[in-house]
Design a protein around this ligand. Structure first.
Ligand code: ADP
Ligand code: ADP
Length: 212
């Protein structure tokens, strides 16, 4: 099973990815997480680091290489969920070519829809636990005492607007690309995380299955 989650920053891709991967027993592949890990370990090129922190998108070849290598690992043999990739048509083309080479294909592309005013509010209050990777929200899902919290540089208000604009500009062509292939499933991302997961399951034709 190969699933793709698309949606603007703050739509809940990371939150849903964790819930869906636990249900389906497949690994989550998040280019954002992989890039932040490279940043922490000091292996991310300085020019990429600057682009990331200011809220811009990295060049396609930088993220395609990451996906090429990660999807070749043994835990991806039974499928995987992509979160935050592809974001552009060249990335989607590269993914298609990669999957054709593996004799597999995408089952569905889930688009999480959330109005912009809510996205800003979600991003500015997002915090992540450095150790567990768990995603929190200072108001909706407050972190427990003792969590080692990280506030992403690109979740500062200055970078948030730029990221939302970049998403709109660069994905304007991506969604029609998947729509034409009949793979796009639009899901309302407003509601509790569990409600959103149920909508995703229905969109995948598996209402009520697993996890209850
Ligand atoms: P993305 O990966 O799309 O950027 P995240 O999953 O990191 O989004 O979520 C962004 C913020 O919104 C986090 O603070 C998260 O806790 C919060 N959040 C995610 N889903 C919901 C939801 N359904 N309702 C309220 N807040 C949510
Ligand atoms: P969010 O959860 O807010 O949607 P991500 O964690 O997916 O953001 O990505 C964080 C940053 O990493 C992006 O703003 C961008 O700089 C870089 N990045 C992640 N995935 C991609 C991609 N597919 N193409 C280009 N840049 C990417």
């Amino acid at each position: 099973m190969i699933l793709v989650l698309v949606g603007p920053p703050g739509a809940g891709k990371g939150t849903q990815a964790k819930l869906l991967c636990a249900r389906f027993g497949i690994p989550q592949i998040s280019t954002g997480d992989m890039l932040r890990e490279a940043k922490r370990s000091g292996t991310l090129e300085k020019r990429y680091l600057d682009i990331m922190d200011s809220g811009g998108l990295l060049p396609d070849e930088a993220v395609i290489g990451l996906i090429d290598r990660r999807t070749a690992e043994p835990d991806c043999r039974g499928g995987f969920l992509l979160d935050g990739f592809p974001r552009t048509v060249p990335q989607a083309d590269a993914l298609d070519a990669l999957l054709v080479g593996q004799g597999s294909g995408i089952e569905a592309v889930i688009q999480l829809d959330v109005p912009r005013s809510l996205l800003e509010e979600r991003l500015i209050h997002r915090r992540t636990d450095k150790r567990s990777g768990q995603i929190y929200h200072l108001v909706y899902n407050p972190p427990p005492p003792g969590a080692e919290l990280e506030h992403r540089a690109d979740d500062r208000p200055e970078a948030v607007g730029k990221r939302l604009d970049a998403y709109e500009a660069m994905t304007a062509a991506l969604l029609p690309f998947y729509e034409q292939k009949g793979l796009l499933r639009r899901v309302d991302g407003v509601g509790t995380p569990e409600e959103v997961t149920q909508r995703v399951m229905s969109a995948l034709g598996r209402p009520g299955s697993g996890g209850e």
